[in-house]
Design a protein around this ligand. Sequence first.
Ligand SMILES: [Zn+2]
Length: 385
Amino acid sequence: MTATRRTFLTAAGCAGLLGLGVTATTGESETTVSRDSYTIRSGTDQETTVFVTSASESGPTVMVVGGVHGNENGGYTAAEKVAQWDIARGTLVTIPKANAAAVEEDSRIADGGVDLNRQFPTGEEPETELARAIWGVVERFQPDTVIDLHESVGIYDGDMVGGVGQAIFSSWDDRAFSDARAAADYLNDNYVSRDGYDFTVDPFSSSSNEPTGLLTHKAARDTDAVAFLVEATSDDTALDTRVQWLTKITQQLVEEDVLTSSDGGSGGDGGDDGGDDGSDGNDGGDDGDNEQNEAPVARIRTTPSDTTGGALERGDTVTLDASPSSDGDGEIVEYMWDTDGDGSFEESGETAEMTLSTCGRYRVSLQVTDDKGATATDEAILSVK
Ligand SMILES: [Zn+2]
């Protein structure tokens, strides 16, 4: 395994690119990240790679899966991006192309195969070699959080009839549901601009209801993992957009698990974890400092509201408003902005303005501090075509 520390440079579509950013919020700490990979179903047409990224700082284990259905390109493309992420702590296990044979054929189910996402019965051995191999990865790493990325036709409206797109289905615990809700809100505020395309949240259906045998259901029921099944719609939506939605949702869902260091500037985020998983007291260890204080929530509202995907033009001014931020048990006493993507927060004020003189993709971050000194961050992407 090789230790690496990388800074992500955003893709340059034109000259004069200014934006740069890091995926992980590592504060001042020097986290090192090591990367490893291995294959399952080796030597068969189902052979696929499991990517394992470990941070030097211990923390939760997150597993992200894509390509369970081979024609859901957004799912496996997003998972491939996740596999390359730097993390601030813990372990990130990714299987981007869970059903590689189906991906190869660009079909939901590989020729002669079965629907992989029906082969994980609760309380029983998975039903196919491939499902057993994937479940073996779950048993090996025992993830605290499992996320499965999918696409669907249609928009979910409470039943499966019209499709299940634009939905985050979560395991039943309060933490999973509130994390899913927060991720959906964040996406809807920052990345969904079309009417009717907002993400909704629903808990997993009960084990007596079809469909059964889903990977995320088994992970939640058999291992107590927090689990999410994320569905983006493929209706009239470009691949780039689907990938962005699925990637940003994953980022939001795992931000506190593996993208935020327990020390450094964003340690206050840990306060959210306090009483969540009573079954697993180990996770609470980092939170001692904030025991008496609920961490604030950072939220950026932009004007115009749609700033992604090249929505902005050179010379546009964007207003950044931090007033949707909140603190449940006190008040926010400081708003700081990083508008040049260098990782330090140099501008203060509840609002900030940016005039974008060059094209490219800018990442703006907000850090809020509550009256007890706990912090939280949010970010917005400003994309100038
Ligand atoms: Zn699917």
